[in-house]
Every structure is written in structure tokens, then in C-alpha cells.
Design a binder for this molecule. Sequence first.
Ligand SMILES: NC(=O)c1ccc[n+]([C@@H]2O[C@H](COP(=O)([O-])OP(=O)(O)OC[C@H]3O[C@@H](n4cnc5c(N)ncnc54)[C@H](OP(=O)(O)O)[C@@H]3O)[C@@H](O)[C@H]2O)c1
Length: 274
Amino acid sequence: MARTIVITGASDGVGAASARQLHDAGERVVVVGRDPDKTRRVAEPLGAPWHVADYADLAQVRGLAETLLAEYPRIDVLANNAGGIFGARRETADSFELTFQVNHLGGFLLTNLLLPRLQESAASVIQTSSVAAQRFSRFDIDDLQGRRRYSASRAYGNAKLANILFTKELHRRFADTGVNAVAFHPGAVATSFASASQGPWRFVYSNPVSRRLLVPVEGGGARLTWLALGKPGVDWQPGGYYANNRPARTSRLADDPGLAKMLWERSAEMVGLS
Ligand SMILES: NC(=O)c1ccc[n+]([C@@H]2O[C@H](COP(=O)([O-])OP(=O)(O)OC[C@H]3O[C@@H](n4cnc5c(N)ncnc54)[C@H](OP(=O)(O)O)[C@@H]3O)[C@@H](O)[C@H]2O)c1
């Protein structure tokens, strides 16, 4: 029987490629994006339902959760894939640093609001993290908003480490209620990534020569598809972090349960869940 697979950030790049692959594998995909035209253009050829929410506005994430709860009696996979790297430090309508909110707080809130449905469905909850969690993070639990020392790379690395810490804590809290959390790095993939940033990131991802060195978008999508189709505990281990379909190393901080717990509690407070 086809399962229901909700993919955020599915209007482009890794998420869109995976949506197509999962559709071809016979799954029922729910395409979630930010831009309505882009999202419709991905969903329509698949005959898939689609929804939009801008994660820079948490009210829209809450609205998305309400819609998903109303329309889908099962959610077998939630792929928290929406994200990206941005430019100069900016704050959202919710007064949080944009990179942290879009990459971490939005998915954190959506997952929590969907939790009863995810538990009933014994769902897999997949976070698209990045090797940037290891390479660029300077994680400071007391400066989640990057007020002290901001750079786009550091904010992105920190947010991607937050994805892994969230995965670990989701596993610790809810594995025994049927929820299977996992995080992964999709590879350096030729997508629209970094189009809202400046400097070297944007150059690497938009320059036709350097783009040739990146993984084709189908390859990045296939990493997500592998986790979404895989059997937790058999094909991959819940609570883990993967790259190239294998467990991978990341920042040492990802193994600090106290930090994961603290991040959860602070995130919950920020989004008004506590
Ligand atoms: N490409 C890489 O090399 C790479 C490497 C490691 C990790 N990643 C991660 O992979 C994920 C997918 O990125 P991608 O490479 O596929 O990039 P992409 O082509 O730029 O796609 C990003 C997706 O996220 C959505 N998104 C961006 N800002 C959003 C916001 N404020 N609210 C809601 N949705 C938003 C976009 O929606 P719209 O298009 O509708 O605006 C789009 O669907 C991200 O989490 C990224 O950090 C990418």
C-alpha cells in the first residue's frame, strides 16, 4: 500500500528530485514548498497534493501543520528538508535569526505539532542536515541567534548541527513511541542552494564550471529517497546521521545529550511549545 510521504523544501532541488523518485516508486507524495508557482510545477506532473508555507513566518508553519493534520490521516514519512544559506544577518517576523529559523525552528515546530499523527503512523522523521554541521559550526547554545559573531557560513553550520541535535533528542524522547528519527547529508548537490546568499557559496553553486563538480540533483534526491523508502532499524539506525547511505561522522557536539536536551528546551520555548 502506498504510504504518505510529506517532503518540505520540495519545490526545488533535493526535495523535488526525491518527490519525483518516491512518486515513481509508487508512494503518495505531499509536496511542500514556499513559492506557490514552483511548488505547483513540481506537484502537478506527479498528480500530488501541494501546500506552501514560508518558514520565515512561524504562523505559516502552524497553518501548514493544521492543514496536514486535517488532510492526511496517516503521515508515514516527514522529511524536514526546507532550508538554505543566506547572506547578511536578518531577523524574521518572529524576531529570530533567519538561518536558524528556516533550517531548524520551522521543522522543529512542524514535527512537534504533527507528533501525535507521526506516532500513530510509526513514522520516519528525516532531517536534511549537512557536512557544514562539522565544517562550519561554532555552536553556542547561549547565542542561537548569532548576535555575537555572525557569518552566513557559521549560522548555516550551526543550524545544520541543530538538525542533528534535534534528531538525537527526538530519538531519545520518542523512539519508544514509534517515531524513527534520522539526519543526513545529501552531498554537495547542484541545486538552487545558496541563491539567496552572497560571496563564495553563491559562486560555487551558480558558476557553470564549479557546478560540474557537484553531485547531480537526482543523486542528492536519491539520498533522501533511500532513507524514506528504507526500513528503520534494518536499513538505517534511528537516531543516526548518514552520508552516502552510510553512518557518517559529524561534529563531536552531536554526541552531547545534554546539549541536545538544552537545544530542544530552548527551541520549544522560542516557538511557544513549552
Ligand atoms: N545543495 C547542497 O549542496 C546541500 C548540501 C547539504 C545540505 N543541503 C540541504 O538540503 C536541503 C535542500 O536544499 P537544496 O540544495 O535542494 O536547495 P534548493 O534547491 O534551494 O531548495 C531549497 C528548498 O527549501 C525551500 N525553502 C527555502 N527557504 C524557505 C523558507 N523560508 N520557507 C520554506 N521553504 C523554504 C525552497 O522553497 P522555494 O523554492 O519554494 O522558495 C526549496 O524548496 C536544505 O536543507 C539544504 O540546507 C544542501
